[in-house]
Write a protein that binds this ligand. Structure first.
Ligand SMILES: NC(=O)c1ccc[n+]([C@@H]2O[C@H](COP(=O)([O-])OP(=O)(O)OC[C@H]3O[C@@H](n4cnc5c(N)ncnc54)[C@H](OP(=O)(O)O)[C@@H]3O)[C@@H](O)[C@H]2O)c1
Length: 225
């Protein structure tokens, strides 16, 4: 899919070429640090963003709109899961049918006190969640760096690298385009099983930031030659 005609995320999703880049309808479940950082960037890029929250009445957000979780998910082509790992399965189930939708898993299965990962090496949070929604096109992304880097991905002339993985190649391309729209450099890491490596990489970032004293203002970048 090198042809510019195929760069449009909607056309990638529906396997049909077009010549323009329509806005995508994105539901973000969880209006916390990650959800808000992503939502701001996508609204700025022209996408239609709805935050799916547990208690929409009276909930205010600076960008996008607010709805219940199932309402937000129903209208969306892309559903982004940005809740704590402990709430992820419940939040995903509460979204209703997600058949055919791109579901982006941002969660990391972090133990309380940043003590480590609750699962890993022979499975991953992403694979567990994909089993909950077998008809969705799950992509792991926006998990290996801090929320502040998602909001401000430029380091001088450098951009934050965002590794993503999933079993559906078209869904990975959609998420790669959405990553670029945020100003990060997407790197396609392959199938969903690769989440077994991405989640520990996220834990390494957390360890460096909060245990080794680097703080959240650093990012990992893939260099090539
Ligand atoms: N923070 C980071 O830098 C970072 C970076 C990469 C990945 N992550 C991962 O991304 C996920 C979100 O992190 P965060 O820092 O954004 O968390 P956060 O600031 O605590 O926000 C989590 C959000 O999830 C919502 N939520 C909780 N349970 C829910 C449910 N059952 N249904 C719907 N919404 C629910 C909360 O809403 P209420 O107001 O209703 O409680 C809250 O808005 C975590 O899994 C984390 O490991 C975080």
């Amino acid at each position: 899919m090198q042809n510019a005609e195929w760069d449009c995320p909607l056309c990638i999703l529906h396997s049909a070429p077009c010549h323009y880049f329509p806005a995508m309808r994105i539901a973000i479940i969880g209006a916390g640090r990650v959800g808000m950082a992503l939502g701001h960037g996508w609204v700025r890029a022209g996408h239609d963003v709805v935050f799916g929250v547990r208690h929409p009445a009276g909930k205010e957000v600076l960008v996008g709109r607010v709805a219940s979780v199932p309402e937000a998910a129903r209208a969306a082509e892309v559903v982004v899961l940005a809740t704590p790992w402990s709430a992820a399965e419940e939040a995903l189930r509460s979204a209703g049918p997600l058949n055919g939708k791109v579901v982006v898993d941002c969660t990391n299965p972090i133990l309380p006190g940043l003590a480590g990962l609750a699962i890993g090496t022979s499975e991953s949070a992403a694979e567990r969640l994909a089993a909950v929604v077998p008809d969705a096109r799950v992509v792991k992304a926006f998990s290996t760096t801090g929320a502040a880097n998602m909001a401000h991905p430029a380091y001088g002339e450098h951009r934050v690298t965002m590794l993503l993985c999933g079993d559906d190649a078209a869904a990975r391309q959609v998420v790669a385009k959405l990553t670029e729209d945020l100003g990060m450099e997407p790197v396609d890491a392959g199938g969903l099983q690769v989440a077994r490596y991405l989640e520990p990489l996220a834990m390494l970032w957390i360890h460096l930031a909060y245990k080794q004293g680097l703080g959240p203002d650093f990012a990992l970048q893939l260099l090539r030659r």
